[in-house]
Design a protein around this ligand. Structure first.
Ligand code: SF4
Length: 270
């Protein structure tokens, strides 16, 4: 490979860069982010900036073959302490009161014991937040209850595909979960948490019927589809799909994606 000019003059880039210390970074040494630097403009930047991001953990022990998380953050699940996270939440809230939080972890509830400790500590703060998880959390009723009590409003769940053949290629764990997808989505919803289902289309075993199969699943389960996938500007114009999906969600009032989700039948109680 020839030496490059410009930003790194005279250096020869390597073919592959690897970070061998990925799994070693100690999150307990992570300082509290300077939320006070956000400034008033932050929340007017656009949709993605309407939440206060807090990262509580890094790494995911699963290895879904499309996912960048194990490569970027490593497979070792590391966490901040519950006290440390509470201090971060309080610092963020002091900088921007009454904002929705986003726990930016890619798979937040892997360590159930720690998750429960953290959720119990979050309850008195009475925040509202969004989080991300795999569907496996639906097997833990206590965890779901604590998530609701601590203010979890919406959960992004990577369902990925409704095809066993596809999921076998993606991740063994998810392929085992598939037969329970309906039941598990309902369990999360029954605990007052809106499920934002994330699907990927275009896997090796997909054909054009994939859209109808996902559509039926979304309508059956009252899932909230990920707007980036079911983009109203594209899909609704062609098939009225997005409009039909929203009409089928009597339990949820979606004011604006990622901003306000209300479940009128549910009361927030601790
Ligand atoms: S469970 Fe989620 S975060 Fe973990 S590897 Fe799979 S897609 Fe990535």
């Amino acid at each position: 490979m020839a030496p490059v000019s410009g930003r790194f003059p005279g250096r020869t880039p390597k073919r592959i860069y690897r970070n061998f210390s990925l799994n070693e970074s100690d999150l307990s040494a992570s300082p509290i982010p300077r939320y006070d630097l956000l400034g008033e403009d932050y929340f007017s930047l656009g949709q993605g900036y309407r939440m206060l991001p807090v990262q509580t953990t890094r790494g995911c022990p699963r290895s879904c073959d499309f996912c960048s998380v194990p490569q970027i953050y490593g497979r070792a699940f590391r966490k901040k302490s519950a006290d440390q996270i509470i201090r971060e939440v309080e610092a963020a809230r002091a900088a921007a009161p009454n904002q929705l939080f986003l726990f930016a972890d890619d798979n937040m509830f892997i360590n159930r014991r720690f998750s429960k400790e953290l959720l119990k500590a979050l309850i008195p703060l009475r925040i509202r937040y969004l989080a991300q998880s795999d569907i496996g959390i639906a097997r833990d009723k206590e965890l779901l209850r604590l998530m609701y009590q601590s203010g979890c409003t919406m959960l992004l769940v990577g369902l990925e595909s409704l095809s066993q053949d596809n999921l076998k290629n993606v991740d063994g764990f998810k392929s085992k979960m598939l037969k329970n997808y309906h039941e598990y989505v309902k369990r999360i919803q029954d605990n007052g948490i809106v499920v934002l289902g994330a699907f990927i289309v275009g896997f090796d075993h997909d054909d054009s019927s994939v859209f109808d199969r996902i559509s039926e699943f979304v309508l059956d389960t009252q899932l909230t589809p990920h707007r980036r996938l079911f983009d109203p500007s594209v899909v609704a114009r062609r098939r009225g799909y997005y409009r039909r999906v929203l009409q089928s969600l009597p339990r949820c009032y979606v004011n604006r994606f990622q901003e306000v989700i209300e479940c009128p039948e549910m009361e927030y109680s601790v």
